[in-house]
Design a protein around this ligand. Structure first.
Ligand code: GLN
Length: 379
């Protein structure tokens, strides 16, 4: 088999879901909601089942979907996006990231990845034949050291991957941090590939700043995101790449040969999401701010230490009071004996860090309360 595959393992996140299922544990590992999408989307899905489309759409996304997406993203990103030239609709942001990487990188190129990272980035880099350069986000605040970032740029990377709001840390990058990255990207002529799937899951009072909206950055930014988290439809697999037309021309080719296109009836039904009023996005922030607060209060009561998330729906919890050993074994034990599944932090870090585990809180209040009750038995 291909040697490429030796340098990474299967997804630890999805492995934890299988372990959670085996033991019937509450699954706070792989991040997805246990509540339904908005009723508008379910109704639209029924209509799409009835009326179609049921055959292939245009490979880079249906005209209606791209127009609705361009309208919504132009408003939130504060830049005018051309639906005909600057968008490719993909099967989730998972495909979007792979398409972005394959459009930007040649074999042998270097790619900056902040560590901890969402596990796909390293796999994507290696599948492209490129090489990751890691820059630590130092716990517990998950800030980067400016000198360390400069040193990484001095290795002349082709691209930097930026997950903001950040999985697994819950960090929302500040304008100052983003501008620092932007200046280096300009100086070293580097692409910035973003993963912004949590763009609308930002806790009050934090604000998400789109990297592409920084002065001069649209031309070198490949923005990847999806509808999964925003509309609670992770199983619909609808994502997209937004970038200048010279990149999108290449991205379309990669996408065409990888998957041909995202599911046509789901693109149709998802219009109901893209056309939601602004109020929807405000309510979503409030909803997740409440979930975070419920979860953190329970962690406090259970005596667990954590870094307060500002965005996304994850929290990194310190387990050093409970074990000096492997976080992987701790998570397996916890799923089996405590009945709550989390992701071992070591799967996100390049460095040898194994005192952190990741919980997600995109769950109904009753699910969170039950999980927190169980976590009290850790003491
Ligand atoms: N983003 C989710 C997580 O980190 C999982 C996504 C996936 O499994 N495709 O848990």
């Amino acid at each position: 088999v291909s040697n490429r595959l030796n340098s990474f393992t299967e997804s630890v996140i999805r492995r934890m879901t299988r372990i959670a299922n085996t033991y019937g544990a509450i699954n706070l590992s792989q991040g997805f909601p246990d509540f339904d999408p908005p009723a508008e989307l379910i109704e639209a899905l029924k209509r799409a089942a009835d009326k179609g489309p049921h055959q292939y759409e245009i490979t880079w996304g249906s005209q209606k979907f791209r127009e609705a997406l361009a309208k919504k993203q132009s408003k939130f990103m504060g830049i005018s996006i051309d639906p005909d030239k600057e968008i490719v609709v993909t099967c989730g942001s998972t495909e979007a990231m792979m398409v972005a990487m394959m459009s930007a990188c040649n074999p042998g190129d270097k790619v900056i990845v902040f560590s901890p990272f969402y596990e796909n980035y390293v796999a994507d880099t290696i599948l492209c034949g490129a090489e990751p350069i890691y820059v630590p986000l130092h716990p517990p605040t998950f800030e980067f050291d400016r000198e360390e970032l400069i040193k990484a740029f001095e290795k002349r990377p082709k691209a930097l991957i930026l997950c903001n709001p950040s999985n697994p840390t819950g960090k929302v990058f500040t304008m100052e941090e983003l501008q620092f990255i932007a200046n280096l990207a300009q100086e070293y002529d580097t692409f910035v590939i973003t993963d912004e799937v949590y763009e609308h899951i930002v806790m009050h009072p934090y604000k998400h700043i789109y990297f592409a909206s920084l002065p001069g950055m649209f031309e070198r930014t490949i923005s990847c995101s999806s509808l999964s988290k925003t509309y609670s439809i992770t199983g619909w697999r609808l994502g997209y790449v937004i970038a200048p037309s010279y990149i999108i021309e290449n991205a379309r080719k990669v996408h065409d040969f990888l998957t041909v296109g995202a599911a046509a009836p789901l693109q149709e039904a998802a219009l109901a999401g893209l056309n939601m009023p602004d109020r929807y996005y405000e309510d979503l922030k409030t909803l997740y701010t409440e979930k975070r607060d419920i979860f953190l209060k329970g962690l406090d009561e259970a005596g667990l230490k954590y870094t307060t998330p500002q965005g996304a729906y994850y929290v990194m919890v310190d387990i050093s009071e409970f074990t000096n050993g492997s976080d992987v074994e701790f998570c397996e034990w916890m799923a089996r004996e405590v009945g709550v599944a989390a992701v071992p932090g070591s799967s996100f870090f390049r460095e040898n860090i194994n005192h952190l585990i990741r919980f997600h809180f995109a769950k109904k209040e009753e699910t969170l309360i039950e999980a927190l009750n169980r976590l009290k038995y850790l003491r």
